[in-house]
Design a protein around this ligand. Structure first.
Ligand code: SF4
Length: 78
């Protein structure tokens, strides 16, 4: 799945939300999150993000790898 990392924090431009064909991008308190169970890996969200916060999970920069788990945790049952 695609993952939204640090650059989205306190930005939440939401361009990606309009682009996503399966509506799997959700709003958190300070950033947006992609539901990994719903993302179809189409890549449509990546180029429209004005702060380049989105990338495919296996291409997330090492220093931001924590956001892969963070996105998954956001959708985990409590
Ligand atoms: Fe939605 Fe496609 Fe981005 Fe996944 S890769 S979040 S399906 S727009």
């Amino acid at each position: 799945p695609y993952v939204i990392a640090a650059a989205c924090i306190d930005v939440m431009d939401r361009s990606c939300v309009e682009e996503c064909p399966v509506d799997c991008i959700y709003e958190g308190e300070r950033k947006l999150y992609i539901n990994p169970a719903e993302c179809i890996d189409c890549g449509a969200c990546e180029p429209v993000c004005p702060v380049t916060a989105i990338s495919q999970d296996r291409r997330v920069p090492v220093e931001q790898s924590g956001f892969v788990a963070d996105n998954a945790r956001f959708f985990a049952e409590p």
